[in-house]
Design a protein around this ligand. Structure first.
Ligand SMILES: [Zn+2]
Length: 64
């Protein structure tokens, strides 16, 4: 994965000021950002999990 080829998912940039974690859902293109060292350390892993629970594209798949 390259810096210019981001196609979604979880990307963590610990060297930014402040450190930033981005999550882009490739199904519904929902974007969520966490900033702050502690926030990304403890929260970034949960971004895909918590979004999957509310993703409108996934819930659509489930009901059809
Ligand atoms: Zn989604």
């Amino acid at each position: 994965m390259t810096a210019t080829g981001w196609v979604g998912g979880l990307t963590i940039r610990p060297n930014l000021r402040p450190p930033t974690a981005d999550y882009l859902c490739t199904r519904c293109w929902h974007h969520q950002r966490l900033t702050g060292r502690d926030a990304i350390r403890y929260g970034a892993r949960d971004l895909p999990i918590t979004h999957r629970a509310v993703c409108p594209a996934l819930s659509k798949e489930r009901t059809t």
